[in-house]
Design a protein around this ligand. Sequence first.
Ligand code: ZN
Length: 452
Amino acid sequence: MTILWAEQALLADGWAKNVAITLQGDKIANIAVGAAPQGQRVGVLLPAPSNLHSHAFQRAMAGLTERRGPNPRDSFWTWRQLMYRFLDRLTPEDVQAIAAFVQMEMAEAGYAAVAEFHYLHHGPGGTPYANLAEMAARVAAAAEQTGLGLTLLPVLYEFGGCDGRSLGPGQNRFGNTPDEFALLMQGAEAALATLPTDTVLGVAPHSLRAVSVDGLGFAASLRPNAPIHMHLAEQVAEVDELLAHRGARPTEWLLANAQVDARWCLIHCTQMEPHETSGLAASGAVAGLCPITESSLGDGIFDGVSYAAQGGRWGIGSDSNIRIALSEELRTLDYSQRLRDRSRAALASADKSTGRVLFETAARGGAQAAGRDAGVIAVGKLADLVALNSTGPDMAGHQGDTTLDAYIFAGDDRMVSDLWSAGRHLVTGGRHHAHDAITAGYTATVTKLRAL
Ligand code: ZN
């Protein structure tokens, strides 16, 4: 049993002062407001969001894709060519070291868990490893080392495009038939067996361009009560491709042809028409927003103002992992709305500030997408908690919502002091307990990769 005491805490029903929280195992067992200081003392205690979308290995590409290529118009698609060339070098050991490092960074940034959208399955050239789920096991081993909550989402990737063309040379490490994928899922389940009980195994049909109609239904049926994630509508070219082959835009097609509900998390909703935004908001699914990556790749701007006004749920993913920064994801999302609409504070409500709305929505949506019984601080929920320092020039004297506004708009993740994932105390004084060893392993790995 552990007792935390916070000067302020954002509970399920709002802010409270002098809060003592008792953790029992992985859950919150008791909350006492107006309590005397006791146990481990922190400043501002918040529900720690889950990061709902990551491709761990891409962390090691950060900084490698900012030169102009031979193509006069650099784009998502030229970036993807670079990504394919890079990943062809990666060994299972590399993937484990990179995943551990990025998970450690996520914990230090205030995320309690990650939903890993895992598609790098096979060896170079597409040769399966002796254990079909070798790479999944490496991601699981990284989670064992970091303690970060893991929702593993093995990806079904069948085709190179909507016309059913075979995978291109850069894609052959991803591909499986549905039968192979079912075996891979069994291997992934075995790989997760030794992880803590908050670990989740979901499923991820990659996108409407990479899976068949049958493949999508098959993937959805494999884990009927688990999270199902899919890339939805990131780029104009993929919308055009689906229109040409199925006569509908991706969101239109999915809402009409799949039972989209609270199980679903749709990644990248940058290319949606107003009727699609309304349809997705009404579905109960979570929109998986990745504002830093979507900025980096020039994807476009999600219509957050309209979606939120219609009650749509969303959460944050770090996707390409070019930068792990929870506060910056939230700030980037909000600033994108301001720049597009020439407005301010459009996501705030009558009684909640912008920072409060951003943080609470991301915490609830992230937990839903990751399949974790978390997202709010309440008795019985998983103890996914993040604490911010209450001292320092940007935070001193702030109370309530203004605390979150200062953290998101003036501060950064250096304000994070502590992080608990399902009760596991991973970060103290802003540092993960295995920071040095994990960083050394990652540095050795990327030094080797960059010399190749
Ligand atoms: Zn992605």
